[in-house]
Ligand binder design. Sequence first.
Ligand SMILES: [Zn+2]
Ligand SMILES: [Zn+2]
Length: 705
Amino acid sequence: MGNPTLEQDSKTSETSQMLTPQPPPPYSTLNESGIRGSPVNVDDLAQVNSVPSTDNVTVPESVAHLKLISAIASLRDSVMKTNNLFGICDDDARGFSDSRKQAQAAACIKEKRWAVYVARAVERFTTWWENAVPTLETTEISSLNTAETKIAWSVDMLPPFDVIMVWHSFMLNPRAFLEDCLRHRKMGFWATGLPWNIITQSLNSSTYQFDPGEEARINFEKMCDRPWDNLSESPVKSLSCLKCNEPLTAPWTEGSFGCDPDVAYAHCKGYADKSMRVSCPSCKHSITHDGLSVQAFRKDVQTLLRDGLPMPGTLLSMNGTPADDNTFDAVSFPNRLIKEGIRSEILQVTDRTMNEDSTIGLIRDYLENCVKDRSLIRRVNGKIITSRNSTTAEKVSLRNMLSRYWDNPSIFSINLIGAVIRQGTFIEKAEKIGWIRSPTLEATIGHFVTKYGSFFQIISKNKGHAVVPTLDVDLIWHTHQLSPARYFRFTTSLTEGIFVDHDDKVDELKLNDAFVWTSLQYQKITGGELYSECTCWYCDAVRETHNRGFSRFISPSVSSAKSNATTLHKRNQSIDSKETTGPHLSSHNAVRIQARTDPLAIENQNARLKSALDKSSRSSRNMDEGRDGRALNGPFMRDSKIHPDIYPCNPVCVSTGLGSSGNCISGTEGIGMNRGACVSGTAEPQSRGRGKSFCAGIAGCGMSL
Ligand SMILES: [Zn+2]
Ligand SMILES: [Zn+2]
């Protein structure tokens, strides 16, 4: 398995052709003059002021973000198309006689190359984070808004592009990113955000080649002891045996495609494969992902006992802000439990020489028994809490802590491979719509920023309710999260202290209800503007549900919404392109919850929406053939291309079925995790507890204790 070089030059033209559909239509509220004019200069629009005067998002940042998105899409495309990369060969698809299976296999082959590339990128990001990102310790976020605390990024300090891509995806998980910056003393990194100007400067606008110059390369290679190019990395990953500690290596990927495209690569045994299994040459112990997760947990326990560094999941309050005097005791319970109660026991449970087969699931069982032990809890809590049992908040905190290790052997609180892969679906959709090629780019983005303002107004006025973004709103939301300190100030001031998370994991059935609700709120507060400026049957049907009724009196906002919808349809009809797509509901952060989302329930929901549409004036439309080809998928089209068996962690699924590791410790069911199980993340603990809120009963990331 060598490291063939990407043929960047020959690919670029092909890539940009594939990624360049017609310019998108302008949006309803925009001045339509100049639509057919020449494309705007993206670099002129992406000049980001280093000290923005507002905590809200600016247009230049969003344009710079679009440019970054296009560059990531271009990189992904060239990695996927490079035959024999990481030894993954196009020929493997030829063995299938059925043409449908052949096409499916070809898609899996591309996806697998990207999976291995991303796994390597995450390793490289980790090294860069540990060796090159400056350290600054503070938990006082209010003290961070000064020049001294911020990193003065220069082009020479930039890492390679694949590392920037991981950094980007990491930040789109605001609470996880804050927690890790706090734990790893990287608060200057957090406060500074993504340095837009120097990143866009180094990105060629037409080829999307990233080149910050020779000095950057030398610095990275020196500080990280890794090659600048992901593809020049070693073909094996270095590890040490979990049992005898002898050094060993694991190939990134090893094994064959398999005989069924539905479970392609499921049995591969490399480090970036689902079923990793590497045998130690000295003691024959098998190294697996789960074993590595136990080791990560054990290391954190040791660091807690030695240096007092809190365990992951024990730093943020339920609101996602750093724990204060009021919340500290409950949030830090797991640290107390480990230090005062089970210090030597937990080290035994996680010791490979004593317990060869210990897993995160077994650690959960052990901790579950601990919290049932009243005298132990009394001893651990000492004088802090008078109640004899461990409180719900403490159990939630324990659950938060363990959730960090589920499917995640990394030093971070989330598996960044999954984070990058989930982002991929958003990036693909944004790239397909092609905002960046719009001749009215500046006005279009300005309009999105305004929409985002209304979106946050809905969040702040409806605490506890899930608020679902459309793709355009999500673009601005993502842009905001890439300046974490400003995003933090913005959301905590609008919501009385909640650091609104951008959660990845939502039951798609509930996502749909929440989307219909959000869309109606938007129409109301804007006096009839359209939330989803998309003309697929689903978005039409959602609009229709807001505006039907038998009353003879139609409110001004409803009549305005109806005329806006007609204008939208006329405009889209005038654009003669099958590729035309509007910013549909942003569902990249919806996941199928194993054993919970009933396919029949989704079908019924779609049938209800279609019947609403039938009764409307547009009933003559052929609903099965939307102009954008999305009709059959309904709103949920994001994960059709992600095959979980291809990855070392499952990027798109949450397992909450009975008996699975995702089950709750008694007493915590129905309580959203700290990491938030809501789209908007504002659901309050109390409402979660009652089980009425959107996120009730959903545990994130398959692990909830
Ligand atoms: Zn060994
Ligand atoms: Zn739509």
